[in-house]
Design a binder for this molecule. Structure first.
Ligand code: PLP
Length: 397
């Protein structure tokens, strides 16, 4: 195993943590263990393994050596004991929810949240008679009032998607844990990454990531992760092996490669996010900007306390109707018109046409998804080039 200095910085951890486990051929780059299964010398070895006297791999749905390096690296970055890798961010959420819940349980979730997570809670968990109370992100009073004897967890994104609300996690965790009864605090920290925010240190029990975004960082893989103590992640790991939404070893290797530059990339995402958000806020063709690094954002104070950077995702409303907003996004030359964020390339989308295209207008309005809302995930290009491109595209509004 890599010998790290006593208090390694985040980039030292992202380069070295978890590495040097594989000594067989001294390859510096961790090999891709592209195998479905693992063989035993003989039945005696199998027995030793089955009785827990030997730690090794058995079958690719349960563990893989390439995964293990990624899991250790991400654990070191989040200051956690354990990580469970999954085949997508959605698999991370759905496996965690199902691992924690029994029929008839209750959960509390915040309103501003990735659409498919909300769909899973509403359409699938309801089949298990699990009920959900939906609260506004900053409403700690509503959180306290929502907790019941059968509540199993409070789930929130922070920052949230698409309005970038930042939850006062230490306070929320205090309220939940003071209630007693082993209610867990689950935080989807995808929009922050472990570079910008450490939810476990702020009271969360489990942290979830869509590793598709900043962790992978290159728009070339789909992956997820669940992070926490060995005890809290154990049921998630066990259920992941049963549900089977696991990560292919090659994608795990790509994720490993992406993680090594996480600190460098996040510095550029943060710088671009702040520069572009400030510029957009001063532009006459932009009505409103939602970015937690702007003083105008309702959670600016909380974000400044809890986060060391605000990321590359900015939501904003164009000063115009649906057609004008389409003229703007179609006019952008650098950002791709695509869902997702967190990779090298900037991506831009109109939620009304992308994630929410099939929802009736009344439902969209209830969620605040207006026709002129745009989500921009700043990549790692030069901010001056991004701003110049947005300038020429806004001229079409
Ligand atoms: N969580 C957040 C905050 C997201 O934005 C997304 C996807 O956009 C997900 C979870 C789902 O992740 P994946 O696409 O990797 O399944």
């Amino acid at each position: 195993m890599a010998k790290l200095p006593p208090k390694p910085g985040a980039s030292t951890r992202s380069v070295h943590a978890g590495e040097r486990e594989h000594h067989q051929d001294h390859a510096l780059a961790t090999p891709i263990h592209q195998t479905a299964t693992f063989w035993f010398e003989n039945s005696a070895e199998l027995r030793e393994y089955a009785e827990g006297r030997l730690q090794r791999d058995e079958y690719g749905r349960y563990s893989n050596p390439t995964w293990r390096v990624v899991e250790r690296k991400l654990a070191a970055l989040e200051g956690a004991e354990a990580v469970v890798l999954t085949g997508s961010g959605m698999a991370a959420a759905t496996t965690t929810f199902l691992a924690l819940l029994e029929r008839g349980d209750h959960v509390v979730v915040t309103r501003d949240c990735y659409r498919r997570t909300r769909q899973f809670i509403k359409q699938i968990l309801s089949k298990l008679e699990v009920t959900a109370t939906v609260i506004e992100p900053a409403d700690t009073g509503a959180l306290k009032a929502a907790l019941r004897d059968n509540t199993r967890f409070f789930f929130t994104e922070s920052p949230t998607n698409p309005y970038l609300r930042v939850i006062e996690l230490p306070e929320a965790a205090r309220i939940v844990h003071e209630r007693g009864g082993d209610i867990k605090v689950l935080v989807d920290s995808t929009l922050a990454s472990p570079i910008n925010q450490q939810p476990l240190a702020q009271g969360a029990d489990l942290v979830l990531h869509s590793a598709t975004k900043y962790l992978g960082g290159h728009n070339d893989l789909i992956a997820g992760a669940v992070v926490g103590s060995a005890q809290a992640t154990a049921p998630v790991r066990a259920l992941a092996g049963v549900l089977g939404g696991i990560l292919d070893p090659h994608a795990a290797w790509l994720l490993l490669r992406g993680l090594k530059t996480l600190g460098l990339r996040m510095a550029q995402h943060n710088a671009n996010g702040l520069a572009v958000a400030r510029w957009l806020e001063g532009h006459p063709k932009v009505r409103r900007v939602f970015y937690p690094g702007l003083e105008s954002h309702p959670d600016y104070r909380v974000a400044s306390e809890l986060m060391s950077g605000f990321g590359g995702v900015i939501s904003f409303e164009v000063e115009g109707d649906l057609a004008a907003t389409i003229r703007f996004t179609d006019g952008c030359r650098l950002p791709y018109n695509a869902p997702s964020f967190g990779g090298a390339e900037s991506l831009i989308e109109m939620p009304v046409l992308m994630s929410y295209w099939d929802q009736p207008q009344a439902e969209r309005q209830a969620l605040g998804i207006s026709d002129n809302l745009v989500r921009l995930g700043c990549g790692i290009e030069d901010s001056a080039d991004l701003i110049a491109d947005l300038e020429q595209a806004l001229a079409r509004v």
